[in-house]
Design a protein around this ligand. Structure first.
Ligand SMILES: Cc1cc2nc3c(=O)[nH]c(=O)nc-3n(C[C@H](O)[C@H](O)[C@H](O)COP(=O)(O)O)c2cc1C
Length: 391
């Protein structure tokens, strides 16, 4: 039996990576997800042609679930000026086009809901990725704010955030709820709450950034309160049959900050209010931690997904330098995660999931779009003949 027929992990069993996964009433056709990736290409939060092609190609490429980039729940909370937005009902039709296209090609569509908090408004990476200065932001004429649990800047690069009042915390929680309602109206199958990378909800979790003395600061339970209350409030409007994901920075890698025990406690609390999948990332709380926190290596965040899955008994999504179908197969087949998310590898090869499907045992081209399948099969037949004639 060829490698391709053994599932790639050498077990002889059908590849687990290619098996469907049902979460509530939503069945994902395989275990491969497109990770959220900011495109800095929206105008006032609105979907552009870029997004139709960018997200659409991943649906064509065989992914089970295409997650959007950070999609801002309020206009003043964007990661970058040109992030997608979901702060208005007017954003729904554009997002619906993305969802409809994904569905037409067998993929599910999810929206990552985000509030960037004290790290709002940075440049696109291709312009340097720096925090935009207050002067530069004022010059745009946009309403902008950097807010956080406490007036502590993410680093010297960032302006000091305003400390949120309790009423403002509740308003932001309600903005997530309204955003989830709009995501449902747009036909999204999944909502992912962005609780990682040092953005607003993550900044409430760590005692380094959260030094409040009210019920949203202090003890672990208090620091988790905003995240858990928001998930609970979103769950109340997000349809019962649709799964809810949360992306966490499982470690921020700083002494006395946020660690795996805290992550497991949060995963359990989120599970109790109806979160179905923990998407296990890391870092981003401060600029120092972005650079040096968790040593990068192939699959470096997979152990976080494994530990959360085992200790909190919840589905996990592994992400971070997952490069080959065999590596991805090993992650899901050995029970380290239920899903693998692809970021840069999918930018490089949008048809990565379809290619993985062939690499792990499916001889035909059924993972490709209908419009392409027969042509690829015929080409393969010709190639096989030519190659055998050569030998
Ligand atoms: C261009 C780009 C934009 C990103 N934007 C987001 C984002 O909007 N939300 C998020 O949670 N992660 C974001 N990430 C992180 C990715 O989702 C992913 O976790 C990370 O790139 C590691 O996976 P990889 O090694 O497969 O790229 C971004 C990554 C890239 C490369």
């Amino acid at each position: 039996m060829s490698d391709r027929q053994t599932g790639g992990a050498g077990t002889g069993a059908p590849a687990k990576l290619l098996q469907p996964l049902t979460l509530r009433d939503v069945t994902l056709r395989n275990r491969m997800v497109i990770s959220p990736m900011c495109q800095h290409s929206a105008v006032d939060g609105f979907v552009q042609d870029w997004h139709i092609v960018h997200y659409g190609k991943f649906a064509l490429g065989g992914a089970a679930l295409v997650l959007t980039e950070s999609t801002a729940v309020t206009s003043d909370s964007r990661v970058g000026i040109a992030d997608l937005g979901i702060w208005s009902d007017d954003h729904i039709p554009g997002l619906r086009r993305l969802a409809d296209f994904a569905h037409q090609h067998g993929a599910r569509f999810g929206i990552q809901l985000a509030h960037a908090g004290r790290k709002a408004f940075s440049e696109p990476l291709w312009e340097g990725g720096r925090a935009l200065t207050p002067e530069a932001l004022d010059a745009t004429g946009l309403t902008w704010r950097r807010v956080g649990p406490s007036p502590i800047a993410a680093s010297s690069e960032w302006s000091t955030p305003e400390e949120l009042t309790r009423a403002e915390i509740h308003d932001i929680r309600d903005a997530f709820v309204q955003a989830a309602r709009r995501a449902d109206a747009a036909g999204a199958d999944v909502v992912e709450l962005h609780y990682g990378h040092g953005y607003l909800l993550a900044s409430f979790l760590s005692p380094r950034s959260n030094q409040r003395s009210d019920e949203y600061g202090g003890s672990l339970e208090n620091r988790m309160r905003f995240a858990v209350e928001t998930a609970e409030a979103v769950r109340a409007v997000w349809p019962e049959g649709k799964p809810l994901f949360a992306r966490l920075s499982c470690l921020d890698g700083t002494e006395g900050s946020w660690d795996m025990d805290d992550t497991v406690a949060l995963a359990l609390a989120l599970k109790a209010v109806g979160v179905d999948v923990i998407d296990c990332s890391s870092g981003g709380l401060t600029e120092e931690t972005r650079r040096s926190n968790v040593p990068r290596g192939i699959g470096f965040q997979v152990p976080f997904a494994e530990e959360v899955r085992r200790r909190a008994d919840i589905c996990t999504q592994a992400v971070g330098i997952i490069l080959t179908p065999e590596q991805a197969e090993e992650i899901v087949a050995s029970g380290k995660a239920d899903l693998v998310a692809l970021g840069r590898e999918a930018l490089r090869t949008p048809y990565w999931p379809a290619e993985a499907t062939r690499a792990l045992g499916q001889e035909d081209f059924s993972a490709w779009p209908m419009q392409h399948r027969d042509w690829l099969s015929r080409r393969q037949t010709v190639l096989n003949r030519l190659l055998s004639e050569e030998n």
